[in-house]
Design a protein around this ligand. Sequence first.
Ligand SMILES: Nc1ncnc2c1ncn2[C@@H]1O[C@H](COP(=O)(O)OP(=O)(O)OP(=O)(O)O)[C@@H](O)[C@H]1O
Ligand SMILES: [Mg+2]
Length: 402
Amino acid sequence: MDNSLHAQILWKVMDTLHDADQLEEALSRSLDLFSRGSESNKGSIWMLDEKSKRTIATNVYGTYDATGESAGMGEGLVGRVIETGKTELHKAADVQNMKLAGVDSPALSGVNMVCVPIKTPRHTVGCLLLTGKEKEYTQAEITMLEQCCSILALDIEEKGFEFKPFADREPLLSVRNVVKEFLSGEEIRQILKGVDLDVYSGELVVVLGESGCGKSTLLNIIGGMDKMTSGEVIVEGKDMSNPTEDELTEYRREYVGFIFQAYNLMPNLSAYENVQFIAEISDNPMDSMEALKLVGLDAKADNMPTALSGGQMQRISIARALVKNPKIILADEPTAALDYDTSIKVLSVIEKISKENNTTILMVTHNPEIAKMANRVVRLRDGKISSIRVNLKPLKATDLVW
Ligand SMILES: Nc1ncnc2c1ncn2[C@@H]1O[C@H](COP(=O)(O)OP(=O)(O)OP(=O)(O)O)[C@@H](O)[C@H]1O
Ligand SMILES: [Mg+2]
């Protein structure tokens, strides 16, 4: 690359950024310019979320949609570049099964790749990842990209742009290094191997994972129905890791609503009475008819469970979780026993209480299609979180197809 071209690109970057008045705009303009300027046909920008200390893909160019994928500090190529603040260059011949972020990033082999920190002299705010260039990246190109990224970083700093994927929200629930061991015969089996997760108020988070990976175990620990071997669960700043019996009872009664795969309705009580029964033991319940209305079953209030379909029973069990006005609803495979049409009805109810009541929902499933309606998708693999993905545009429940 000759010097005049180099200078031209730098001027263009400054000029383009000059009137970008939003972070999103600055990033997308930069990515476009940086990719074309270096003849890379694939690229992405990853920004560091200061709160969670995870780096999240915000923009992509000419590649598969990685937006929302995230890497912890030091994890994968992007996590490493953010941590060290140093450019990494990888030549095609040396690239084998490289991981960008977590375990779920597509493995890369045989491509030229460069990852440049977006940093000011003070701190690293993100990184630029480019690949898909036929020839190797030259030192002149790398210098140019580093300068471009510095201009971007200074622009971000000067304009006070902040990257906040969960702006002004405190986590409602924090799970820290949770380990769960079971004794199986003589042997101790570690089912959860150190899980870290923050759930923010009003979010719909879906936990995905293969059968047996520990999803229900995690949900039960969060719901105070199972004890962890070690780690912490913090709810609204209160440490619930070693609760007393009274704290536990109050937590289960007031904080969490459960929806299980099996509906567990009382067979000798009507739909209304099944909900009312829970309302009566709660401190701050909503009106039971109101809860039935929310799930669209107020007309069936007097039906006994035997006179309800599977989907209707599941909606009654959602009403039962809702009526307590819980801070968080934990749903374990709520549609596993239902056919497609009924599942969509039940998921629409979950979507509605998430959007209209702003109730925080953590839902476990092994159906990846259901994950598309979530704000964030957490993948559990072999007892650990293997990736967390932000859905920038969650689908409506009625648009899910499987
Ligand atoms: N009480 C227990 N004692 C011993 N092992 C257990 C116990 N509960 C769960 N396990 C084991 O822990 C592992 C994870 O179980 P868990 O029910 O959390 O999986 P899951 O991800 O919810 O699976 P599925 O999708 O099939 O519901 C399994 O191998 C299971 O056999
Ligand atoms: Mg399970």
